[in-house]
Design a protein around this ligand. Structure first.
Ligand code: SIN
Ligand code: FE
Length: 291
């Protein structure tokens, strides 16, 4: 499940063999794991390791590097606002450096998504089942259709109290799809244009997005499945990092506090083997194009 690298620096150079291994592992639904790759906070950044600065209505503090915009925050002075933005900007740059060095094939075609900081303890957090990331799921976003693009995420556990980030990892995507596609309804004709018109979605919700959302929701809703599907618990200790394609890997975040995360989007043509993408797998199972 984990492909481990001994990397210690975000700009480390990787030999060709490591780059090949990384692509192969990711596209097979594995997680790239960097137990020695950490993100150092400066002394004045330490105070941000507290849930007090996160807006209680949002799970995360978010940053968009392309716009220099920070949101989901509260109780920050102007100076702290700038400092937190700088911290997240640094993480976003480091993540991009790592992807460029390890996955140069992908990096040329990536779009930078948002950076998030998650200073709220996961366990005990109450939400609706749809928003509950303690339930196994593949990522799909109701308001942000990704139209078949892959979701690539870099995580780093920056917990100062020795606390692991604990995930469960479920079965391979093709098995997930096989199980839940049968329960999925077809997209209602015209609904995607309607959602777009009303600005409920930020772009057109393709048939791919429709099925991914349904799979996401139906997995989370199924208590029996959550309990009984074959799964593995994984611990990411403090000061470790990992890369995962969360549209493909069935995951649930069970415990932990203080993680940084950078999202990238990428077209499936950047993949070495696009037949392993959720888009192509769903198209194969449904015998129809979905974007
Ligand atoms: C998720 O993507 O479901 C949550 C991951 C995390 O915050 O550790
Ligand atoms: Fe997720």
């Amino acid at each position: 499940m984990l492909k481990t690298f001994s990397t210690q620096h975000w700009n480390e150079h990787f030999p060709d063999s490591a780059q090949q291994q990384a692509i192969y592992s990711l596209e097979n639904g594995q997680i790239l794991y960097f137990p020695q790759l950490t993100f150092q906070l400066t002394p004045h950044e330490q105070i941000f390791l507290s849930p007090d600065y996160a807006d209680p209505h949002t799970k995360n503090i978010s940053y968009q590097a392309s716009q220099g915009r920070l949101w989901g925050v509260r109780h920050l002075t102007d100076e702290q606002h700038v400092q937190l933005k700088e911290m997240m900007d640094r993480f976003s740059k480091y993540s991009l450096q790592l992807i460029k060095e390890l996955l140069p094939r992908y990096s040329q075609q990536l779009t930078m998504g948002r950076t998030s900081f998650r200073p709220v303890q996961i366990s005990g957090r109450k939400t609706s089942y749809r928003k509950d990331d303690k339930r196994l799921h593949v990522d799909a976003f109701p308001s942000s259709p990704n139209q078949g693009h892959r979701i690539l995420r870099v995580f780093c556990n920056i917990n100062p109290n020795g606390e692991d980030r604990v995930w469960r990892i479920g079965e391979p995507f093709e098995q997930v799809a096989n199980k839940f596609l049968l329960q999925c309804s077809k997209p209602v004709p015209g609904i995607a244009a309607f959602l777009r018109l009303l600005k409920i979605t930020k772009s057109y919700r393709t048939a791919y997005d429709h099925y991914m959302l349904q799979i996401h929701d139906r997995m989370k809703a199924d208590d029996e499945y959550q309990k009984n599907v074959s799964q593995e618990e994984i611990h990411f200790p403090p000061h470790s990092s990992w890369i995962v394609q969360t549209d493909h890997v069935s995951h649930a975040a069970m415990r932990g506090q203080h993680v940084l995360e950078q999202t990238f989007y990428m077209p499936i043509k950047a993949m070495k083997d696009e037949s392993q993408s959720p888009l192509r797998i769903l198209e194969r199972l449904l015998k129809q194009p979905l974007v």
